[in-house]
Design a protein around this ligand. Structure first.
Ligand code: AMP
Ligand code: MG
Length: 441
């Protein structure tokens, strides 16, 4: 493999090619049995059918009296019907006595309907006195009864594969007695954070040393995307240390932060090529052009891969951008989720034009002010605060030279904001009153 260090890239891959490659190589991981009581938030790997009926027995939907509906015909406040009380049914405790003609059993919501009864009269239209019940309203058979299998029948499909399980799904599984369900295995992610200049998160910046902020950002993104970040340590720019970290085969995805470009101390690309395969290095995009994508481990020449390696530039904005384009969709897909942008998108007019170069994909951080999209910066990959000020990003694809002012653009929001972004009132928007214009990176 050509050593790109201090020479630069001969040619760069297109974003779409890398995306296509990743989509083709990241089917969901295998499945594992997960206790139904703990499955909320997981992705269901196979269809689940009901092993039984819900309800499993005819039950009362009301507090009242279980009767034979036919016995109550003609009952009214002026002409009540008197039935003989023969027993009581409670939730979890059936009545010993069946209901015969002219008889009733006191019954509570959720209690099993006694044999012989076919309806429940609600307590409000009855009066109990001396072993008798006066019924002042007629009920048709089946009235106020939850019939066996009314909700779910044995064999009914309960949940489809790929379902992102909700708390109520877990509750339903438990309610029909399913103890565990197959869920897609959670992707394990190893962070390989490199840089002699880095101090661990929690330190104060000191002299020419800076605090490793990428790992904090990446860990949050990994969690958002359904992965688990394995414990890690910051590594010096030392090829042996980085080689050892890349060789550890305990993860499904390896994210290398820093040391991924063409600098003198950028060892990771060579090491990925040495230990596996470096499928891409150098992508025509801004920021993040030094991004690399490879695979590590024994499986790469056979059934696919053992683990992906993403070489993310150390500059925080590039690191975020490369994660969002390539690593994030892959982690989501491995975990059985959709590859798509994981937050809402909004279409709004541009307050200022965005320029881009043909042949390059741009990731433009934007604010939304007064319903207009305000570009914050198109370069300045080290300016982390631009991603904090931004509501989201506009992606300018390879075949566009940018967008003119007032063009309608799609903003991929950075979160599931509950704010609604209202478009400006009729007509051309006034220039955005605040926020950086053009040059501020
Ligand atoms: P590199 O990709 O290693 O050449 O790093 C590019 C820039 O990103 C340098 O200014 C680094 O100091 C900075 N950088 C590298 N790693 C991190 C990190 N983990 N957190 C914050 N900044 C970083
Ligand atoms: Mg570095």
């Amino acid at each position: 493999m050509r050593d790109v260090r201090m020479r630069g890239f001969a040619e760069r891959a297109d974003v779409e090619d890398v995306e296509r490659f990743l989509a083709e190589h990241s089917p969901p991981l295998g499945s594992e049995q997960v206790a139904s009581s703990a499955c909320a938030g997981r992705i269901l790997a196979a269809a689940v059918d009901s092993p039984g009926n819900v309800p499993a027995f005819d039950r009362s939907a009301m507090d009242g009296y279980a009767v034979r509906g036919a016995d109550t015909f003609g009952a009214s406040p002026y002409d009540p019907i008197r039935l003989t009380l023969v027993g009581e049914a409670l939730p979890g405790k059936a009545s010993d006595a069946p209901v015969g003609a002219g008889e009733a059993v006191r019954i509570m919501t959720g209690a099993p309907l006694p044999a012989g009864a076919d309806a429940v009269v609600m307590a409000e239209v009855c009066e109990e006195e001396g072993g008798k019940v006066e019924v002042r309203e007629a009920v048709a058979p089946q009235k106020n009864v939850g019939a066996i299998g009314e909700d779910i029948r044995t064999g009914d499909a309960l949940l489809a594969p790929g379902r992102h399980l909700r708390p109520q799904d877990a509750a339903l599984l438990v309610s029909v007695g399913i103890g565990a369900v197959p869920c897609v295995r959670t992707p394990l992610v190893r962070l390989v954070v490199t840089g002699n200049e880095l101090l661990p998160a929690g330190s104060e910046p000191e002299g020419v040393k800076i605090v490793d902020s990428n790992s904090v950002m990446l860990a949050g993104l990994i969690e958002r995307d359904g992965g688990i970040t394995l414990p890690f340590e910051i590594l010096p720019d030392d090829p042996d240390a980085i080689r050892a970290a890349l060789a550890a085969d305990d993860a499904d995805v390896v994210l290398v932060s820093g040391g991924s470009s063409v600098g003198k101390e950028d060892y990771a690309p060579q090491l990925v090529a040495e230990l596996g395969r470096l499928d891409f290095h150098g992508i025509s995009m801004r920021p993040s052009s030094p991004t690399g994508v490879g695979r590590l481990g024994a499986g790469i020449d056979g059934s696919g891969h053992d683990r992906f390696a993403f070489l993310l530039p150390g500059n925080p904005v590039s690191c975020l951008c490369a994660y969002e384009f390539f690593a994030g969709p892959t982690i989501r897909a491995l975990g059985g989720r959709k590859r798509d942008w994981p937050h809402p998108r909004v279409d709004l007019p541009l307050a200022r034009k965005i320029s881009s170069e043909l042949g390059r994909t741009d990731y433009v951080r934007v604010a939304i002010e007064d319903g207009q999209v305000v570009p914050l910066a198109t370069s300045g990959a080290s300016i982390l605060s631009s991603t904090v000020r931004a509501a989201g990003v506009v992606v300018v694809p390879r075949d566009a030279e940018g967008y003119p002012e007032w063009a309608e653009v799609e903003v991929r929001l950075y979160d599931d904001t509950t704010e609604t972004y209202e478009r400006p009132a009729q007509g051309r928007p006034s220039p955005a009153s605040s926020g950086p214009v053009g040059g501020i990176q």
